[in-house]
Design a protein around this ligand. Structure first.
Ligand code: THG
Length: 362
């Protein structure tokens, strides 16, 4: 089996010993860091996630720390989302754009203090853009990648597992809010968030040396809950409509095309505002599309066709065991994006029938 060539460029994580011992079978690379992607099989991992609780090494969700007197000024330049009502214990899903409204990333913004934020980035080198803006404007702010590695605890039993390790305080954490909770004498940001719709938490593990002790504590506390090592599930996230930057959206898309228009509401003069607002009526948009028949793995976009003309593309597609059909995420032209519209899709194994859905599966 092919393995990753050892080098410093593809970074390992504070939990790598744990995921290897747990039998990581396949991994990918995200933000220049290892991201496990299969432990048992895609199907087994998926069913387990929906029934029990999993611990995910999502260290690759790297943080861009922004701290200093001009931190808020910098974020107001970067964020199409209004930050005025963001509470001191809140996280915001935030489209990140360029001067034309093209998406550069789709991070989660974590507010640690009015002058201190973490931008929890998807797979693009967004720190370079943040540094460029800060340096060009000579802002009084520090921008760096801290030693912070998110650990996901996802699945219906995640409240129970987390309460055993962090105490009952975790149960009171609201969606996209966090509390600072103690583990082994260190205070960690524990948020109710994560890249699944099965419920759960993300622990922002500050200090790599705290990684394996926390990993081991979660597995010890959860033995009777059938806790397992896991990872973001393509099947679950496509059913749920969670977007993947670089797969489903990229710089050629606006937040409106991504279906993130509700997060474009900042009154501030952010970079790209004028062009973005000119593009607020999208000609195409993210849709759930069902594909009939058997499908291969997807490694490039598959054209969506109607009457011999391309009207969109499928960007992620996978068999859904629970819905017993193929679920996909697609970018579909306005003329064909209504639920119920029948299309065909040109997979790498041939043409299949497809139908636009009114909504995602869960
Ligand atoms: N958690 C953290 N950082 C991340 C991710 C994460 N960085 C990379 C990547 N994932 C960023 N992309 C997403 C995509 C979707 C969501 C979070 C990050 C998400 N969306 C919910 C939804 O669409 O229903 C909630 C959005 C909301 O209402 O605010 O959770 O997973 N730390």
């Amino acid at each position: 089996m092919a393995t990753i060539f050892p080098s410093r460029r593809v970074r390992w994580t504070p939990f790598t010993k744990g995921v290897e011992a747990a039998g990581m079978k396949v991994c990918t690379v995200y933000n220049h860091m290892i991201l496990p992607s299969v432990f048992r099989s895609e199907e087994e991992d998926y069913h387990h996630l929906k029934r029990h609780v999993q611990v995910w090494d999502v260290s690759c969700e790297r943080q861009v720390a922004v701290q200093g007197p001009d931190a808020r000024r910098l974020l107001d330049l970067l964020s199409p989302r209004d930050l005025d009502r963001m509470a001191d214990d809140q996280c915001y899903y935030m489209p990140a754009i360029d001067k034309d409204g093209g998406m550069l990333n789709d991070p989660v913004l974590v507010k640690l203090a009015p002058d201190y934020y973490w931008i929890s980035v998807a797979d693009s080198d967004y720190i370079q853009y943040v540094l460029g803006v800060a340096d060009a404007l000579q802002l009084d702010v520090n921008v760096w990648e801290p030693d912070v590695s998110p650990l996901g605890v996802q699945g219906p039993k995640s409240d129970e597992l987390m309460a055993r390790v962090f105490g009952d305080d975790v149960r009171a954490i609201k969606f996209f809010r966090y509390k600072r909770l103690a583990f082994n004498g260190v205070s960690l940001v524990v948020a109710r968030s994560g890249y699944s719709k099965q419920g759960g938490f993300e622990i922002y593990v500050e200090g790599s040396e705290n990684g394996m002790p926390l990993w081991d504590a979660l597995f010890k506390a959860g033995a009777d809950l059938d806790v397992r090592a896991g990872c973001p599930s393509t099947k679950e996230r496509v059913e749920s409509g969670l977007l993947s930057y670089g797969n489903d959206i990229d710089r050629t898309n606006t937040p409106f095309e991504a279906g993130l228009g509700k997060f474009v509401n900042s009154p501030k003069d952010y970079i790209g505002k004028q062009r973005l607002l000119e593009r607020s009526e999208p000609k195409r948009q993210i849709r759930a599309v069902e594909i009939i028949g058997t499908i291969p793995s997807i490694r490039e976009a598959w054209p969506l066709m109607a009457n011999g003309r391309q009207v969109g593309q499928v960007t992620t597609a996978t068999y859904s065991p629970d819905h017993k059909t193929n679920a996909s995420i697609a970018m579909v032209d306005r003329s064909h994006w209504n639920g119920g519209t029948k299309l065909t899709v040109e997979t790498t194994d041939g043409v299949r029938d497809a139908i636009v859905k009114d909504s995602f599966w869960t």
